[in-house]
Write a protein that binds this ligand. Structure first.
Ligand code: MN
Length: 749
């Protein structure tokens, strides 16, 4: 009833569209479709359009849509929708062919290219790839990222337009899908992804219809309620509505402005969204009349505005001038809300025909036929009252190559998000990162716990260097370790603040732990020196007496050399005669153990063996004994500088080997020197590497060498020489490490 009285052009929007775009009409024949294209593109190739139509019909064969229609009716509908926004012939053909590569066994891209040209093949390829995107709706953030991803990767806007037409038709026929679950999935995806994209490129009526159809599937109750309330409201207001429509016409006639007036119907979904967002009533949202006033020129827009504002009071905060500052998608119009007679709020949109065309067709309005070339048409956008350069810049900073409109398509890369890179988790979640991001950034963007345990990465299934910058569309799999640990040299492996801060925190924690381990070692060693068995000592008591807030704090302070073993032993064990440790590393493999571990042909039974304090031989080292009258036999590595002193006294040398016993079980201490860049945290990093390799640091000292470098001398308890070699190799693998050497007498000072 209300519908009959409120006669607006808007109400019959669908029927204004060319025949065949509505689903209750038969789909077009190839002649009708080609005729529709030729009407706006006179030099279109009729035969080629027919051929594409026939190709789709033949290749889809007897495939059926769930509606029962032959499958090829779908691409025909899609192509018709594209023709209704007057897109070029290549796009229409892409619409016809968009499902053939994906759905027909015997069609590939080369075939499309051979038959229909590179342009069409590229469009079909783009649409096919978009279709393979696995969108997972989890968070709204995710949807936003997907939108950006699509805009960033679709390098020809026509691909997106074909995809939108495809989705619109699929939504119109969604009710044929049997499974509720898949209906919901598609509706959700449309709501989150495609409707906003349609709006973004200015196809508002496509967006509105998508939203309404999605709303219908996702929340039929709410939609039904809003619709029935709208009907009640309309029938209550029908007299008012007619009265105001007439008043608008009178104001325009008085002003001598020729115009078209369209009523604007509220979309249930947009009402719903406002009800969701704001705490206002249905009446507040819906009880406002909306009219569109279409005039002949931009100056008339402003004259009309002046006339309305003279006639009625306007709500100043509701006035918007999108003519002087068009929206990024090119939308231009004047918006104002006035208080008309009867205290009625009336929303007015004032625009020219061209602006209206842009509002309806969005970015597609800029593609006009011109000199047998299709491009973003600067003249038509200027005619629409837009500054083409501003419009271009705004519309995703589309790249205009040398400002030549004809070159535009070739260079129509969406440059909007070149400052970003889009990567996927193995299960399809999209992650938006700043350009230049690397796998570690990705790991942290997914989850802090993943970043903290990151140990490596596969990109598109291939193990890759952590320094690899990510590319759009990369699938990144993070290889994880069990315990959180910073990545060595992480400063060079990330660009995001989040990754950097998290790694820094990890490093601080690890460093504290390493120092604590070191401190514990030092204290326990000192205790053993004083014949106290650390196992029997209550460390809590020790830390309390020494004035520490806990055992960990005490160990850490010791390790960091912020306190001294001597002092702690003094306060913890009053009366103990504490002697200062000489600071020399203690050899676990002490002289008592040596017999039985070293064998030699010429070894005199009962001779006292000593391990050289100079070179700390460990099982596995090639060793030699040197007889020294006062000491017995001193064991050196064959490379030890001390041995060289006896070069001219071979009679003192005794060939020695480690016994099997020595090579198994007893741990020995090796001393190594590491030259590294003088970075903060370098010590902790190395301690961490040593610990990871199973070495136990029993002593460490640092020496400044040259500016920017430092030398660290570690005493490391190891199983044998091979073990020490492994640790050395692990240290060499660190980015900051310049040189790693086993220390010998000559360098040991
Ligand atoms: Mn399709």
């Amino acid at each position: 009833m209300a519908i009959a009285t409120v006669k607006t052009e808007d109400r019959s929007r669908a029927s204004k569209l060319p025949r065949g775009t509505r689903d209750d009409e038969p789909y077009l024949t190839k002649e009708e479709l080609a005729g529709m294209v030729l009407a706006y593109q006179p030099d279109a190739d009729r035969a080629l359009l027919h051929k594409a139509y026939e190709f789709a019909r033949e290749k889809h064969g007897d495939q059926l849509r769930q509606s029962g229609d032959p499958y090829y009716s779908h691409p025909v509908r899609v192509a018709t929708l594209l023709a209704s926004i007057r897109l070029d012939q290549a796009t229409i053909m892409a619409g016809l062919l968009h499902d053939t590569v994906e759905d027909c066994d015997d069609v590939d891209l080369e075939q499309i290219e051979t038959l229909f040209g590179t342009d069409v093949a590229e469009l079909v390829d783009g649409v096919t790839k978009l279709g393979q995107l696995e969108y997972q709706s989890e968070a709204s953030k995710q949807a936003e990222n997907f939108q950006k991803f699509i805009l960033a990767t679709v390098n020809d806007i026509r691909v997106l337009l074909v995809k939108l037409a495809d989705r619109l038709h699929n939504m119109r026929t969604l009710h044929f899908k049997k499974k509720e679950e898949s209906r919901h999935r598609v509706a959700r995806e449309t709501m989150d992804l495609y409707a906003p994209l349609a709006r973004r490129v200015g196809l508002h009526y496509v967006a509105s219809e998508m939203e309404d159809l999605s709303f219908k599937h996702l929340n039929p109750e709410a939609r039904g309620q809003i619709l029935s309330q709208l009907e009640t409201l309309e029938s209550r207001n029908k007299d008012d509505l007619e009265r105001i429509r007439l008043a608008i016409r009178q104001v325009m006639e008085r002003e001598g402005i020729e115009c078209r007036i369209k009523g604007r119907r509220k979309e249930p979904y947009s009402i719903w969204r406002k009800l969701e967002k704001k705490s206002i009533s249905f009446e507040d949202v819906a009880d406002i009349f909306g009219f569109r006033v279409i005039v002949n020129s931009t100056p008339e827009c402003y004259r009309a505005l002046g006339a309305f504002h003279t006639e009625w009071a306007c709500l100043p905060d509701r006035f918007r001038d999108f003519i002087s500052v068009p929206k990024p998608n090119g939308y231009a119009s004047l918006h104002t809300t006035v208080r008309a007679s009867g205290n009625r709020l009336v929303e007015l949109q004032i625009r020219t025909e061209e602006m209206d065309d842009t509002a309806e067709r969005g970015v597609a309005a800029h593609w006009t036929y011109k000199n047998s070339a299709y491009g973003f048409d600067i003249d038509s956008s200027r005619a629409a009252g837009l500054d083409p350069s501003a419009n271009l810049r705004a519309f995703g900073e589309l790249l205009t190559h040398g400002g030549d409109a004809n070159d535009f398509l070739e260079h129509a890369k969406m440059e909007m998000y070149r400052t970003h890179v889009f990567a996927f988790t193995p299960n399809g979640r999209l992650v938006l990162l700043p350009a230049g991001s690397m796998p570690l950034d990705f790991a942290y963007a997914v989850h802090t716990a993943i970043g903290d345990t990151c140990d490596g990465a596969k990109i598109n299934g291939v193990p890759r260097n952590m320094r690899t910058p990510l590319q759009n569309g990369d699938v990144v799999e993070i290889i994880r370790r069990e315990d959180p640990r910073p990545m060595p040299g992480y400063e060079a492996l990330c660009v995001t603040g989040r990754a950097r801060a998290a790694q820094r925190k990890l490093r601080r924690e690890l460093e504290a732990q390493q120092f604590a381990n070191l401190g514990r070692n030092m204290l326990e060693r000192a205790m053993r020196q004083h014949e106290i068995d650390p196992v029997g000592v209550d460390m809590r008591m020790v830390s309390e007496r020494a004035g520490f807030d806990g055992v960990q704090a005490m160990f850490e302070a010791l390790g960091r050399s912020h306190d001294e073993v001597v002092r702690i032993l003094d306060v913890a064990f009053p009366g103990l005669d504490v002697v200062a440790d000489a600071g020399e590393p203690k050899v676990v493999l002490d002289d008592d153990h040596v017999s039985g571990m070293i064998a030699g042909e010429n070894l005199t039974p009962g001779v006292t063996l000593h391990l050289g304090e100079c070179c700390h031989p460990i099982p596995g080292d090639r060793i030699v004994g040197v007889r020294q009258p006062d000491k017995g036999l001193v064991v050196h590595t064959i490379y030890c500088g001390k041995v060289a002193e006896f070069d001219d006294r071979p009679e003192l040398w005794v060939d020695l080997q480690w016994t099997e016993l020595a090579k198994s079980g007893v741990r020995a201490i090796g001393r190594i020197s590491v030259n590294a860049a003088d970075n903060k945290g370098v010590l902790a990093q190395q301690c961490s590497v040593v610990a990871q390799a199973g070495g136990n640091i029993t002593g460490v000292s640092t020496h400044a060498r040259e500016p920017g470098f430092m030398e660290l001398v570690f005493d490391i308890e190891v199983d044998d020489l091979r073990h020490l070699e492994q640790i050395k190799a692990a240290l060499r693998a660190l980015a900051v490490v310049e040189r790693v050497e086993r220390l010998e007498e000559s360098e040991f000072e």
